[in-house]
Write a protein that binds this ligand. Structure first.
Ligand code: ADP
Ligand code: MG
Length: 364
């Protein structure tokens, strides 16, 4: 099921009694979610991710704009008629019910021609339990399950009505690191197997990048960029997006363009053909540094430490014009860093360096 959002906007009255300003939690969303894909809605806490998801499922009414599922306008359709499954961060299971009963719960209230017998409900529950690998645990209560298993019950419950759309709000946040990794792979597998259009909300860029077909990066209720994870990483549209994606984070320097050259302090580090003279942000991915022997046309930094990571080496350095506390450069471990030296010279890989306008912070 394709989803189309048209000028979708949600405003809330301010929570601060003194201020009359309203909060625009979701601001003019205009995009299409292709059928059968997994979309990662990504942004820092408070940027409007949950609000967007609640609008999609019908728990909230938009202030403005429209939502289409396929060709159908569902903007005013109540949540229970939208055919969506919802998975919350805190599983929200019924503690006194067995896994089986938790999963069949959404089927109990079906009426008329949709009404199912007990056997039919159990059959459906067993099918989805297999899909999320819970079969064998059907008689347990939630308290007898691990966090990962509880979240799988929640996913099974969301899937049992075979929704047209699956919405997940930070479903992995309550799991420990190892389970988070395992469960996210499982969500990706389940999504591919069922082909259900899925919107997955997270503030964790690595999580979103690893399982999404497309990511939507948000800030303050406004969509910043939409694209395939690699494409957004490789071609960020603005400074915010470049900083939000990637670990270690991108290294941001105050620099300038002069006579079609990029300057950081007194170092000329790259060509900037066709860009007029101005102050800029120079943002360099950690993998964009190449150790060099020479001081000409390289960036001089102060060496702090070398951290061995196995295949790669992380060089920690400082530069007075870098806004990050320290610079992190990831270089192949074959490179020998002279730790006796205080100064380091870095050549830069052109496709790993982005220039941003000093005021608008848009890519140049
Ligand atoms: P996220 O899920 O990305 O953390 P939310 O969608 O929960 O963000 O919130 C987006 C913004 O809307 C925040 O500033 C939040 O304080 C505000 N907000 C959310 N729900 C309400 C509400 N019911 N009343 C007033 N403000 C709200
Ligand atoms: Mg949220």
């Amino acid at each position: 099921m394709k989803i189309v959002l048209e000028n979708l906007t949600k405003k809330f009255p301010s929570r601060n009694k003194k201020s009359k300003d309203e909060v625009i939690a979701v601001n003019q969303f205009n995009f299409e979610i292709p059928d059968g894909k997994l979309i990662g809605l990504l942004g820092p806490s408070g940027c409007g991710k949950s609000t967007a998801l609640n609008l999609l499922c019908g728990l909230l009414e938009p202030t403005e704009g429209k939502i289409y599922f396929g060709d159908e306008d569902v903007t005013n359709l109540p949540a229970e008629h939208r055919g969506v499954g919802f998975v919350f961060q805190n599983y929200a299971l019924y503690p006194h019910l067995t896994v089986m009963k938790n999963i069949t719960f959404p089927l109990e209230n079906l009426k008329g021609k949709d009404k199912l017998t007990k056997e039919e409900m159990q059959q459906k529950a067993i099918e989805v339990a297999k899909l999320v690998q819970l079969d064998g645990l059907m008689d347990r209560k939630p308290s007898q399950l691990s966090g990962g298993q509880q979240q799988r019950v929640a996913i099974a419950r969301a899937l049992v009505k075979m929704p047209k759309v699956l919405l997940m709000d930070e479903p992995l946040s309550n799991l420990d690191a190892r389970l988070r990794l395992q469960t996210r792979e499982e969500i990706s597998r389940i999504q591919k197997e069922t082909g259900i259009t899925t919107v997955f909300v997270t503030h964790d860029q690595e999580e979103a990048m690893s399982i999404s077909d497309l990511i939507v990066v948000m800030k303050d209720g406004v969509v910043q960029q939409i694209g395939e994870p690699q494409e957004v990483y490789d071609e960020p549209k603005n400074l915010f997006v470049s900083k939000f994606l990637g670990t270690p984070p991108i290294n941001v320097f105050a620099g300038k363009v002069e006579k079609e050259k990029v300057w950081i302090g007194n170092d000329v580090v790259l060509d900037a053909k066709g860009i007029k003279d101005q102050e800029v942000y120079v943002a360099i991915r950690p993998e964009g540094f190449i150790l060099s022997e020479q001081k000409e046309n390289t960036l001089t930094c102060h060496l702090q430490a070398v951290e061995v990571m196995g295949r790669d080496v992380s060089v920690v350095a400082k530069h007075s014009l870098c806004e990050n506390t320290v610079i992190r450069a990831i270089i192949p471990s074959e490179n020998k860093v002279n730790t006796a030296s205080k100064e380091l010279y870095f050549e830069l890989k052109k496709n790993k360096v982005f220039l941003f306008h000093k005021e608008t912070e848009e890519r140049l």
